[in-house]
Each structure stands twice: as structure tokens, then as C-alpha cells.
Design a protein around this ligand. Structure first.
Ligand code: NAD
Length: 361
């Protein structure tokens, strides 16, 4: 495995936010604080347009050889009408995650007191600190059979399959329990066991695993209730463990607690030390090329990279502090603006963070 950071800008605002995150990496390279080499590759709609595949072979080869991967986002209206799922931009990302066997996705939602634009009252949010552990390798996004077929009445029906084996449930459960041991020793497992067999198996395995972690308090919650509680009483959560689709939805909802989805980073890990870092948001075609996208989620993804992949926790701390300092000074991108605050562009926000970062490192 090479000491390489593979950069996959992707589509929509992906390249815009990646530009700002790469500035951070370049500063660290210039100051010789990291010795990783940067390499770029294509993914998503951009790769479809230029190479004909959402995940070209060269990209997959480079990804397999890299320790860290930094991704912007994939997808957009231009490719919305492609019917064959294997040819859609999103397939590129799902295939990347599957090929590198990323089985766990960590999303850290922390209420930042400097960001007051959350739609939830700030008294409900103070001290909110949720780590969402999401199973990435199985579930309805990958399950087969899938497709759209005509039935005997010539009516089309769409279908997908949700499959999870007990090995995958146990593996993600262990990650969540191990993390919970280092935090408040509290896990909420989210499923839909009242309706789905796959969720009943999930609950059985998590309950069984809990016997090996007597110090961790476990609760189970149906996903519809969890979606409500995350808004009503977010403080009740510490570690949440859940499957792929429920995690996808709940993490976007949790993003609202941070003020904007543009503030939420994520890390995906496999069992051989490779990690994929990416903002939780998509390609945001509605704001593409306007210079207003918030680059903080992607810069925080670099911070997670420094912590979890490059083993530079102090640099990660300095980068987080630099972001906080810029917010404290009252600079905001449009998504986290409020009255009387200075609105800056994507590039200006990146430059301001670099300016603070260079003072600290
Ligand atoms: P989205 O996350 O792209 O956008 C949702 C809303 O949040 C939009 O109003 C957008 O303007 C806003 N937003 C997102 N990121 C922002 C940022 N950094 N700064 C400011 N505002 C931001 O989700 P969507 O609209 O459901 O999906 C758009 C496209 O992205 C679709 O093609 C979808 O498939 C794709 N997508 C990709 C990923 C990924 O690459 N990981 C994840 C989700 C969606």
C-alpha cells in the first residue's frame, strides 16, 4: 500500500470543496509535516462523460494502492435519466466502497456553538455529541435481485432486496461497542424489527453481542422513532449503530443539528488500514458553480484523515481549532449564515481556514 492520498473530486460541488481541502494537504506537504503524495483520479458522472464508466479501472487500481482516499461527491441531474444502475454516477461510489471492502462508516455530529443556524433550539443542542456507526457493505443498496420488470398485466414493478448476514452485523456491532467503550458507554441500535425479518436478525445479533460488553448500556429503537428522537431529544444519543439505508437517512437528519450538511465529515474504514474520507453531503447540483458551497465538511474530512489514517492527531486538532476560530470571527458560508454575519465564498472560507491553520502549525 502506497503512502498516497488519492483525490476523487467527482461532480457538482465536489471539485469546489475538494479544492479547498487540497489546500490544507498542500500546506502540510510544503511544511514537511506529512510525507504523503497526492494523486487525482476520476469518479462518478465526470468519469462517465470522459471514460464511459462511473468507476474507471485506473481509478479502482489507484484506490486499491492508496492508504487514504478523499472524495468530493458524485451524481447530478445530467445523469438522472440513466436507467441502468451500473452506469449511474452513484454506482461508482458504491462499487468503490464495496471493492475496497469498507464495511464501517463513522459520522460524528457535534453541535458547534459558533454555528447558530440550526433549525433546532440551541438549548436542546448544547453538548450534543453523536457518533453514528453505519454498516456499509450489505443491505438494500447492494442486495440482489433488483430491478424494474413488467408483470403479466404489463405493469412495471420496481424491486430491491435487503440482505444482511450475521457476520456483517456482528462485525459492525463490534466496531460500535469498542467505540462506545471509549465514550459514554451507551449504544442505541436502530432497526425496524417490528416489520422486517432482516431487522429482527440485526436485533438478535446486537443483543447477543451486548453480553460480551456488560459495561455498555444498550437500547433498541425503531428507525421511525429514532428519526423523531434525533430532533426532539438529540442528547439521549451517544453511539448509534445501524444498517446502511437507515444510517444514510438518519445521518442527514443529524446533519441538521450541526447547522448544515456542509459541516459533516465522514470516514469509512476497512480491515487492512485503508480509509475513505468524504463529506456527508452530495453533489448539491442546486448550488453548483455558484462559489457558495460550504467546504468545512470536506476540510473536516481531511482532519479525520489526519487523525485516523495519517496518525497526526495533533494536526487534526489544530485544523479543527482553525475552523472554530474562523467561525468565531463571524465568517460564514451562505448555508450557515445569520443576521449580521459576514458571508464568504467557498474559496474565501478555505483561505481563511488556511490562514488560521498556518498560525497554529
Ligand atoms: P445534497 O447533499 O447534494 O444536497 C442537499 C441540500 O443540501 C441541497 O439543498 C444542497 O444545496 C445543500 N448542500 C449540500 N452540501 C452543501 C454544502 N457543502 N454547502 C452548502 N449547501 C450544501 O443531496 P441531494 O440533493 O439529495 O443529492 C444531489 C445529488 O448528489 C444526487 O445526484 C445524489 O445522488 C448525489 N449524492 C451523492 C452523495 C455522495 O457522493 N456521497 C451523497 C448524497 C447524494
Amino acid at each position: 500500500m502506497k503512502n498516497e492520498i488519492l483525490i476523487l473530486p467527482g461532480d457538482g460541488i465536489g471539485p469546489e470543496v475538494i479544492n479547498e481541502a487540497v489546500k490544507v494537504i498542500k500546506v502540510l506537504q510544503k511544511k514537511k509535516l506529512i510525507n504523503s503524495v497526492i494523486r487525482y483520479a476520476k469518479i462518478g458522472g465526470y468519469a462517465i462523460d470522459t471514460v464511459g464508466l462511473p468507476l474507471p479501472n485506473d481509478t479502482l487500481k489507484a484506490a486499491k494502492a492508496s492508504r487514504s482516499i478523499l472524495l468530493g461527491a458524485v451524481g447530478g441531474h445530467k445523469w438522472d435519466n440513466i436507467k441502468d444502475f451500473n452506469k449511474r454516477p452513484e454506482y461508482g461510489l458504491l462499487k468503490l466502497r464495496k471493492s475496497l471492502k469498507f464495511f464501517a462508516n463513522l459520522r460524528h455530529t457535534c453541535f458547534n456553538p459558533q454555528v447558530l443556524s440550526s433549525s433546532i433550539k440551541s438549548e436542546k443542542l448544547s453538548n450534543v455529541n453523536i457518533l453514528l456507526v453505519r454498516e456499509l457493505s450489505q443491505g438494500i443498496y447492494f442486495g440482489k435481485p433488483r430491478g424494474v420488470l413488467y408483470n403479466k398485466y404489463f405493469l412495471r414493478h420496481g424491486y430491491n432486496t435487503s440482505k444482511l448476514d450475521e457476520k456483517a452485523i456482528r462485525r459492525i456491532g463490534i466496531i460500535a461497542f469498542e467505540i462506545a467503550k471509549t465514550r459514554k458507554k451507551k449504544i442505541c441500535s436502530v432497526d425496524k424489527a417490528n416489520v422486517l425479518e432482516v431487522s429482527r436478525l440485526w436485533r438478535e445479533i446486537i443483543s447477543d453481542l451486548a453480553k460480551s460488553y456488560p459495561e455498555v448500556k444498550v437500547s433498541h429503537m425503531y428507525v421511525d422513532n429514532a428519526a423523531m428522537q434525533i430532533i426532539l431529544s438529540p442528547k439521549i444519543f451517544d453511539v448509534i449503530v445501524t444498517g446502511n439505508m437507515f444510517g444514510d437517512i438518519i445521518s442527514d437528519e443529524a446533519a441538521n443539528l450541526t447547522g448544515s450538511i456542509g459541516m459533516l465529515p465522514s470516514a469509512s474504514i476497512n480491515s487492512i488500514g485503508q480509509s475513505l474520507f468524504e463529506p456527508c453531503h452530495g453533489s448539491a447540483p442546486d448550488i453548483e458553480n455558484k462559489g457558495i458551497a460550504n467546504p468545512i465538511a470536506t476540510i473536516l474530512s481531511v482532519s479525520m484523515m489526519l487523525h485516523f489514517s495519517l496518525q497526526k492527531p495533533l494536526l487534526s486538532k489544530y485544523l479543527n481549532a482553525s475552523i472554530s476560530n474562523v467561525l468565531k470571527k463571524g465568517f460564514r458560508t451562505a448555508d450557515i449564515k445569520y443576521t449580521g454575519i459576514k458571508i464568504v465564498s467557498t474559496k474565501q472560507m478555505g483561505d481563511l481556514i488556511i490562514e488560521e491553520f498556518e498560525k497554529l502549525i
